[in-house]
Ligand binder design. Structure first.
Ligand SMILES: [Zn+2]
Ligand SMILES: [Zn+2]
Length: 179
């Protein structure tokens, strides 16, 4: 049995039927180069039979661990994302043969029996909810590029004598004008 297989045998058989699902999943497989799951996954889902398809909606909650892009400190992010997707019986996919390649998959998630495996859907929803850039705080000062000192904790001894090259050009121009 798959970890996130939802039993849809009842709801799929009667138009207008509705079913609620509450799941708490331990050790859900979610890991990217940037993020790692740090808590159980909690799902609060509802599926309604709309006739041609099943409407799935609800919320995904969990906690994710990452690192600050600037100072590398550990950052904990709480994830709370709403989802709303249409599920289509795989045998009905042929009714959509007029759609361009890939278009059906954009509109629907397919199921092929009495279970819908929500694993991909959940993983994609969490990913879409996470920030592209992780910061421990908005004004994180990061680490000194020379000595590695955490600049949030205080400045380091490194000299900041390097002049912005654009300013250097201006200074040169100014000097020529003055001649
Ligand atoms: Zn930081
Ligand atoms: Zn330094």
């Amino acid at each position: 049995m798959l970890t996130l297989a939802l039993d849809i045998s009842k709801v799929r058989s009667v138009v207008g039927a509705k079913e609620n699902y509450q799941l708490q999943v331990k050790n859900f497989d979610f890991q990217t180069t940037q993020f790692e799951l740090a808590d159980d996954l909690r799902l609060f889902l509802t599926i309604v039979n709309e006739g041609r398809y099943l409407q799935l909606s609800g919320q995904i909650e969990t906690t994710v661990k990452s690192h600050c892009d600037r100072c590398l400190k550990e950052v904990i992010l709480s994830v709370k994302c709403s989802i709303s997707e249409r599920l289509l019986f795989v045998n009905d996919a042929k009714l959509y043969a007029h759609l361009a390649v890939g278009e059906l998959e954009e509109l629907y998630y397919l199921y092929n029996g009495d279970f819908f495996d929500a694993e991909d859907l959940v993983r994609e929803s969490i990913l879409a909810d996470l920030p592209l850039k992780v910061l421990c705080r908005r004004d994180c000062q990061g680490l000194c590029s020379k000595c590695g000192q955490d600049l949030n904790a205080g400045s380091c001894q490194c000299q900041t004598t390097e002049i912005d090259p654009r300013l250097a050009i201006l200074a040169k121009l100014k000097a020529t004008e003055e001649v």
